[in-house]
Design a protein. Structure first.
Length: 140
């Protein structure tokens, strides 16, 4: 996977699942190591989330991680704290801000899960129409 693909996929996940109403400031630079290496940043500023393909010099912390593991965090299949304790994620800078990022990821995952559950329940509650064939076959 190229850096451009990793960045695009990460940005899509982050922006589509970003919880609403987040205030404050958080700036995390993500350094992808290994295949598709490169850097980009995620910034929360005044309730908006930005994901840009640059190094960010006024950052709170840097995540050093492989593309596969970072995408797993974005998708919600890898917990950031678990990744850190297993050595898959290295952090340079404020651990407090890294934990704040972890809470945002968890909140985004819960939002995405609840949206999926809402969509499933709406689909189940819609009345099912019988096909013409099914109604004719019952009349016989």
């Amino acid at each position: 996977m190229t850096y451009e693909e990793i960045f695009a996929k990460s940005k899509e996940h982050i922006l589509s699942q970003a919880p609403e109403g987040l205030e404050g400031h958080l700036a995390v630079q993500v350094n992808i190591v290994g295949e598709g290496q490169g850097a980009f940043y995620i910034e929360l500023l005044n309730g908006k989330v930005y994901v840009e393909p640059y190094e960010y010099y006024d950052r709170d912390c840097i995540f050093i991680i492989t593309a596969e593991d970072f995408l797993a965090i974005c998708e919600g299949t890898l917990d950031p704290v678990a990744a850190f304790t297993k050595g898959k994620l290295k952090i340079d800078g404020s651990i407090d801000k890294a934990l704040e990022f972890s809470r945002i990821v968890e909140s985004a995952k819960k939002n995405a899960d609840s949206k999926k559950n809402e969509a499933k329940s709406e689909t189940k509650s819609e009345p099912k129409s019988e096909s013409k064939f099914a109604s004719k076959s019952r009349k016989k």
